[in-house]
Design a binder for this molecule. Structure first.
Ligand code: GRF
Length: 215
């Protein structure tokens, strides 16, 4: 399976996916990492692991559509089986999503459909939620709302700050994202409308459903 990863920042999820590949758990190859931010730390991580990188500067394009046309051109050359959004902080155009329909996954730091959009951890704290978590989902035109592959739940504690809750969630992000990608690479992920079934996975487990197998 050939993967293209889109990032904007730190790249800790990218790092977790690279680790899963390098340890031989995920039978895939990341052929390209793309960033819309020149300073993204994730670009350095990719380079250190011998992965090709490209920074595509939004300032060089007049509109989102033009930017995404460039993205489509660059990504299509890689002929990817999967496009992984790992902290990619730009909204994708309809054309982009149509072009790669069913092949784009994202991780969001909440239990969607709660707390979609920016600063999901802060939203959970301010709302007074007692649980939050993270979700790996397919990307559709509705922001942070596509069919759910796997979710992990964590408690929200009375004295949590955005940082402490984010860290608690992140520990699970680094496990559920590689796991979901592994399942996709094994052809075990079936989508019917909004519902995703992972073949032969164990359902009904807490705090991660379906249950983690490898991470
Ligand atoms: C993560 O919290 C992810 O859920 C969200 O953006 C953040 C990216 O972190 N979509 P990193 O760049 O992978 O470290």
């Amino acid at each position: 399976m050939n993967i293209v990863v889109l990032i904007s920042g730190r790249g800790s999820n990218l790092q977790a996916i690279i680790k899963g590949i390098e340890e031989g758990l995920i039978k895939a190859r990341i052929s390209l990492v793309i960033s819309n931010k020149k300073s993204a730390k994730g670009l350095e991580i990719a380079k250190r692991h011998g992965i090709k990188t490209v920074f595509i500067n939004p300032k060089e394009f007049l509109s989102r559509e033009e930017y995404d046309s460039k993205l489509i051109e660059v990504i299509s050359k890689e002929n990817p089986d999967l496009i992984v959004l790992a902290g990619y902080m730009r909204i994708l155009s309809s054309k982009f999503i149509d072009t790669f329909e069913g092949k784009i996954v994202n991780i969001h730091p909440s239990l969607i459909p709660s707390f979609q959009g920016l600063n999901a951890q802060k939203q959970a704290i301010e709302f007074g939620a007692k649980f939050s978590g993270c979700t790996v989902h397919f990307v559709t035109k509705e922001l942070d709302n596509g069919p759910i592959i796997i979710q992990a739940v964590v408690p929200v504690l009375p004295d949590d700050t955005e940082e402490t809750l984010s860290n608690r969630i992140l520990q699970y992000e680094h496990r559920v994202y590689p796991q979901a990608i592994k399942w996709i690479s094994e052809g075990r992920v079936q989508v019917e409308g909004r519902k995703v079934i992972v073949k032969d996975a164990k359902y009904g487990t807490i705090p991660v459903n379906p249950s983690l197998e490898d991470f």
